[in-house]
Design a protein around this ligand. Sequence first.
Ligand SMILES: *[C@@H]1O[C@H](CO)[C@@H](O)[C@H](O)[C@H]1NC(C)=O
Ligand SMILES: *[C@@H]1O[C@H](CO)[C@@H](O)[C@H](O)[C@H]1NC(C)=O
Ligand SMILES: *[C@@H]1O[C@H](CO)[C@@H](O)[C@H](O)[C@H]1NC(C)=O
Ligand SMILES: *[C@@H]1O[C@H](CO)[C@@H](O)[C@H](O)[C@H]1NC(C)=O
Length: 168
Amino acid sequence: MSQLLPLFNVGFLLLFHHTHSTNLQILLDVKTSFIQDPQNVLRNWSDKNPSYCNWTGVTCAGKFSQVVGLNFSGASLIGSISPSISLLRNLIHLDLSSNHLSGPIPSNISTLTSLSTLFMFSNKLFGHILVEIGSLYSLQVLRIGDNRFTSSIPSSIGDLQNLVVLGL
Ligand SMILES: *[C@@H]1O[C@H](CO)[C@@H](O)[C@H](O)[C@H]1NC(C)=O
Ligand SMILES: *[C@@H]1O[C@H](CO)[C@@H](O)[C@H](O)[C@H]1NC(C)=O
Ligand SMILES: *[C@@H]1O[C@H](CO)[C@@H](O)[C@H](O)[C@H]1NC(C)=O
Ligand SMILES: *[C@@H]1O[C@H](CO)[C@@H](O)[C@H](O)[C@H]1NC(C)=O
């Protein structure tokens, strides 16, 4: 057993390093779709400052520093929502409410099955409210009202059996 331990540690470090650089890159990709940031909330989102768990708006958990929360509520961000957000597969809370974000909700956000809170209200989002939203089975709070969506409410929202708060 004692001979196995160093190997285990190397494996842990490699996995940690891999996870860390992957999350860092995903967050930098997410940043690129926020094209204007008048309050400069993203100023420390930089690979020169690689401790992404300390970046403004980011919450991490666990020994692999998984990103479990993103919160830019009221940050005056202009731009759109990057589909790369869907690669943060441990995300539990996503709050982009009260910004100036336009464009659609990226459809592959439906792969974020740990998501419990999804706030996108008070933006300028348009397009369809995702039919795929029904696969976010952990959702407890969904608030996406005060936007410019053109579709009707998909009946798949009825599949969200854990939902306690709904604002459309
Ligand atoms: C990023 O900025 C926030 C807010 O100013 C600050 O609390 C945090 O410590 C900064 N993080 C790093 C890694 O500089
Ligand atoms: C995060 O920021 C705090 C306070 O600014 C600092 O004490 C801590 O070392 C930073 N953590 C990392 C991983 O950089
Ligand atoms: C995001 O941060 C704001 C304060 O800046 C807070 O009121 C809100 O509850 C947070 N959102 C979530 C989902 O925790
Ligand atoms: C979502 O779309 C982006 C951009 O097209 C892609 O990089 C990413 O792999 C997709 N995510 C998933 C979970 O398929």
